[in-house]
Design a binder for this molecule. Structure first.
Ligand code: ADP
Ligand code: MG
Length: 241
């Protein structure tokens, strides 16, 4: 397995506050990585470094062998930010068309991708409504559809299932698992929900800007001699304090 993303000794401060402390992590191709941690832990900051939206103070991030930020690599990443960046005066469909137009898709491909993405997030029947009339969950779903539009090899999803009902959450997770299994996509998901963490191949627990535990769900439970990831998180947090 080759590494798709390499994070090396990354640190970041905002003013006097250190938000990421010396993070190193190798992300293998074709797997789902979960960045798990409470609000304020530094997950979004780390994700922004990977997509090249923010630069580390120290250390480096490489994606597909290129140092980030790299415009060329951005095309291969589907990024869903934690806060929705949508055109609210436009309809859902118009948003999809706009974001699809940023990528060099043929017309047929664009139609296919739009239909696939809208269906996946169960928005097909709401596509002609203005986004300003969407609920919070619908906006999250549209953001996810946009992240998938260009069929990227790497998906980076920052809290993708917040505000999404349980049934749709399950179908989104099933699709992420399928994308990994059948299409070899590399997927990073941030979450603070431990039952989602269980579905990941690899978990990186983040607390106060530090990586406090790293491994497969089973490895972590074994390492800390516990039965749940919640307990791993509590134990790992206590040990580093
Ligand atoms: N642009 C910024 N300026 C100042 N502080 C920031 C900025 N972005 C994030 N932070 C702070 O960094 C910490 C980590 O935030 P974040 O990465 O959003 O955590 P998480 O996504 O795990 O909730 C928080 O204390 C947050 O207030
Ligand atoms: Mg966040």
């Amino acid at each position: 397995m080759k590494d798709t993303i390499t994070i090396q000794d990354v640190s970041k401060s905002f003013g006097k506050k250190t938000v990421l402390k010396d993070i190193s992590l190798a992300i293998e191709e074709g797997r789902i990585y979960g960045f798990i941690g409470p609000s304020g832990a530094g997950k979004t900051t780390l994700v922004k470094m990977i997509v090249g939206m923010d630069a580390p103070d120290q250390g480096s991030v490489h994606v597909l062998g290129e140092k980030m930020p790299s415009l060329h690599i951005l095309r291969q990443i589907g990024y869903m930010a934690q806060s929705d960046a949508l055109y609210t005066a436009l309809t859902g469909k118009e948003n999809l068309i706009f974001f699809a137009s940023l990528f060099k898709l043929s017309k047929a491909e664009r139609q296919n991708r739009m239909a696939y993405a809208a269906d996946l997030v169960n928005l097909t029947s709401d596509l002609d409504k203005k986004v300003s009339a969407y609920s919070g969950g619908m906006k999250r779903r549209l953001s996810l559809a946009i992240a998938l539009i260009q069929n990227p090899q790497i998906l980076i999803l920052d809290e993708p299932t917040v505000g999404i009902d349980p049934e749709l959450r399950i179908s989104i997770w099933n699709e992420l698992l399928r994308l990994k299994r059948e299409e070899g996509k590399t997927i990073i998901v941030t979450t603070h929900v431990m039952d989602e963490a269980e579905k990941c191949d690899h978990i990186s627990m983040v607390r106060d800007g530090a990586l406090i535990a790293n491994g497969t769900p089973d490895q972590l439970k074994e390492q800390y001699s516990v039965n749940t990831l919640d307990e791993v998180f509590l134990k790992a947090g206590r040990i580093v304090q």
